[in-house]
Design a protein around this ligand. Structure first.
Ligand SMILES: [Fe+2]
Length: 368
């Protein structure tokens, strides 16, 4: 018989015991915040001047952001006052609240090339860059480029469809908004640790189901020698940390492989409860990213989603965000189950991202 909620033990990240209630800053509820002032950091004119000067330095040095982005290092991108702020925000996201928004990236003053270099340079203060897809994009483009949302190989970021609650295949994910849609495209995020706690209180039996094996589709982005799917729990308890990995459409999609076990009634119930909690008013924080705003999230403690949107017709006027996946130093240990989605490494600072046969790492200035 599972203990009642009031009898459940409480632990914190760093000394988590399986199936206990987590407390600490990553376990937040909407009521904990007064408003965006609690999570938005406004860049000062001095920060912006540093950023623009660093971008111009990269251009003057003749460094190639498209073909050789890794040749642009922190040494080429000095940010005397902005750099420490970026690192402090990263630490808050990695070890604390789990999310942050930065306002004031000068998207209206910079060319596309300058913008891409600027976002790359900011990412240098957060950790190692990782490939976002099988094409090797080290900066992803979130834009409707007409991919068929019904195809099992389509990643929804290349469509205008809603994306269900999920996390990405890297420690940190960041988005820079370049342009908004005519309507829709609302970002929301929730604490996956709070979802864990609520499930433990309501349905401890389903918490145990979520800590079991879940089959996860690769959407055709298959590394050499791997299958088109892999197994990873939703609730991962490892060396004193709870890391949550969830994406319901990838579980359903894995059912297309005949050898993958069918989702059980308990698993389907667990998915429903997980989604219901993640999108509940108590746990869901809505934030419509405006042009020039940057969102930074930990994928281990936060879930994200975006609503469907409608663009204006012209390609250049469509909703467009840039995405970074980064492996920061000093992140938590992860269990071997993460070797599958994390490119064969769980080494802190050197894990995550998608590499398949033929992947060539590069940066594109436009969605492709
Ligand atoms: Fe995502």
């Amino acid at each position: 018989m599972a203990p009642a909620a009031q009898e459940l033990k409480t632990t914190r990240q760093g000394s988590v015991e399986p199936f206990t209630l987590l407390e600490g800053p990553g376990t937040w509820y909407v009521k904990d915040f007064k408003g965006p002032g609690d999570w938005v950091t406004q860049l000062t004119p001095e920060h912006v001047a540093e950023l623009e000067a660093a971008v111009q330095g990269v251009l003057r040095a003749g460094l190639d952001i498209e073909k050789a982005p890794r040749s642009i290092t922190k040494d080429h991108f000095p940010l005397p006052t902005l750099g420490p702020l970026l690192e402090a925000l990263r630490d808050e996201v990695r070890d604390g609240r789990g999310f942050a928004v930065i306002r004031g990236f000068p998207v209206d003053r910079l060319s596309r090339r300058e913008t891409v270099i600027g976002f790359w340079g900011i990412g240098l203060y957060w950790g190692k860059a990782l490939s976002n897809n099988k094409k090797g994009h080290l900066i992803g483009h979130i834009k409707d480029i007409g991919h068929d949302p019904a195809s099992p190989l389509t990643r929804l970021y290349a469509t205008h469809e809603a994306q269900p609650y999920h996390n990405d295949a890297a420690d940190l994910v960041s988005l820079l908004c370049l342009k908004n849609a005519r309507s829709g495209g609302l970002s929301s995020w929730s604490s996956s640790v709070s979802v864990h706690n609520e499930i433990l209180k309501r349905r401890p039996d389903l918490a145990r189901v979520l800590a079991g094996d879940w089959y996860f589709d690769r959407k055709g982005e298959v590394p050499p020698g791997k299958k088109g799917y892999f197994v990873i729990p939703v609730f991962n308890y490892h060396k004193g940390y709870l890391s949550v990995n969830f994406s319901d459409n990838y579980y359903h999609l894995a059912q297309r492989h005949a050898e993958v076990p069918r989702l059980t009634p308990a698993q389907l119930e667990a998915i429903d409860l997980f989604n219901e909690l993640a999108r509940s008013d108590e746990l869901r924080l809505d934030h419509l990213l405006e042009p020039g705003e940057i969102q930074l999230l930990s994928n281990h403690t936060q879930l994200h989603t975006r609503s469907a949107f409608e663009d204006v017709g012209d390609f250049d006027e469509r909703r467009h965000l840039l995405r970074l996946w980064r492996a920061p130093p000093g992140d938590r240990p992860l269990p071997d189950a993460y070797l599958e989605p994390y490119g064969g490494s769980v080494e802190v600072g050197n894990r995550g991202g998608i590499i398949v046969d033929g992947t060539v790492e590069h940066v594109s200035l436009e969605a492709e």
